[in-house]
Design a protein around this ligand. Structure first.
Ligand SMILES: C[S@@+](CC[C@H](N)C(=O)[O-])C[C@H]1O[C@@H](n2cnc3c(N)ncnc32)[C@H](O)[C@@H]1O
Length: 302
């Protein structure tokens, strides 16, 4: 079965990420609903608007599939509303929505959301989220502006400079889906032999070259030859480092909330950072629920 490139297929664990995001956005917009701020939502790696959940059946091999008729397969398909729809469907909406995706097909689907949500002000741009945010952020530092940016890359594609540009507004909070287990830690090879383009990506993501000293230790053998190896707790060190830098930048950063795949392996961490202690308290509480999170009750609008 050929998978459509435009359609996003996700593991069942994506529900935890999206329910956590929606619960936080609901709390944020409820808390500010009586104030007259221009509320901005940025979804920088926005995806297609909805995703197909991988189930046991859709993961089945060709032989299994031939035994199942098409109608049964369709009845087993399950879709999940992606981050843009979660934000658009909030009871107390944002004043403006910015959706960015590098994939033109997905951006076309994002543009289509306007007809489902005619009251919302939606801006869709195709391109690299880093450049787009770095150009937009300086326009978002007005005293009457506040907002949340959801940053959900597949790999080390979120540049530290982009996060810094949002922090510099002093008005923005970020929710970062940090793909440590499923991508970043895999680029850090056991031997320390890292292809140049991977190293460049990691330097951009961490905003410095310090990550390399954290994850490798040197060992000298009896003959005086020095080799380096990856330390066992490399992932934990990188996570602590990244969260510490978020805290330095924004003032507050929540405890990382781990998201595991169906085999219990940590694949990414939901992180929140922002300038306000109250935002911190709410985010830390919501994200600490992990996979026990439930999304807020849907308004009838959707
Ligand atoms: C994890 S998916 C997004 C899922 C979506 N946030 C959700 O939860 O429904 C990541 C998306 O980022 C897009 N992407 C990858 N690199 C990008 C970049 N440099 N700038 C903007 N979008 C990018 C991909 O096309 C993909 O749609």
């Amino acid at each position: 079965m050929k998978k459509s490139h435009v359609e996003n297929t996700v593991g069942p664990w994506a529900r935890q990420k999206l329910d956590g995001l929606e619960a936080y956005l609901h709390a944020y917009t409820m808390a500010l609903k009586k104030q007259s701020f221009d509320l901005i939502y940025i979804d920088a790696f926005a995806g297609a608007g909805r995703s197909k959940i991988r189930t046991a059946w859709t993961d089945a091999d060709e032989e299994d599939i031939q035994l199942i008729d098409d109608e049964f397969m369709r009845s087993e398909e399950e879709f999940i509303e992606g981050s843009p729809r979660r934000a658009l469907g909030l009871e107390n909406p944002f004043s403006q929505y910015y959706f960015f995706d590098a994939d033109a097909g997905r951006a076309a689907l994002l543009n289509g959301l306007q007809s489902d949500f005619p009251e919302r002000k939606i801006n869709v741009h195709v391109g690299d989220a880093n450049g787009l945010i770095q150009r937009l952020a300086p326009r978002l530092s007005g005293r009457n502006t506040k907002g949340v940016a959801f940053l959900d890359p597949y790999g080390p594609h979120l540049d530290w400079q982009t996060v810094a540009a949002l922090a510099a507004t002093k008005n923005f909070e970020v929710i970062i889906n940090f793909p440590l287990g499923m991508a970043i830690n895999r680029l850090i090879t056991r031997s320390g032999d890292i292809p140049d383009n991977w190293r460049t990506g990691l330097n951009g993501c961490f905003g410095s070259t310090d990550w390399e000293d954290l994850v490798y230790a040197e060992q000298t053998d009896l003959f005086g030859d020095t080799t380096r190896h990856k330390v066992d707790d490399a992932a934990q060190r990188l996570l602590n480092y990244y969260v510490g830098r978020l805290k330095d930048l924004f003032g507050h950063a929540s405890s990382p909330s781990v998201v595991r795949n169906t085999r219990g392996v940590p694949i990414y961490y939901m992180l929140w950072a922002g300038p306000h202690p109250l935002g911190y308290k709410i985010a830390d509480y919501i994200l600490s629920k992990g996979d026990r999170i439930t999304p807020p009750k849907k308004p009838s609008l959707r």
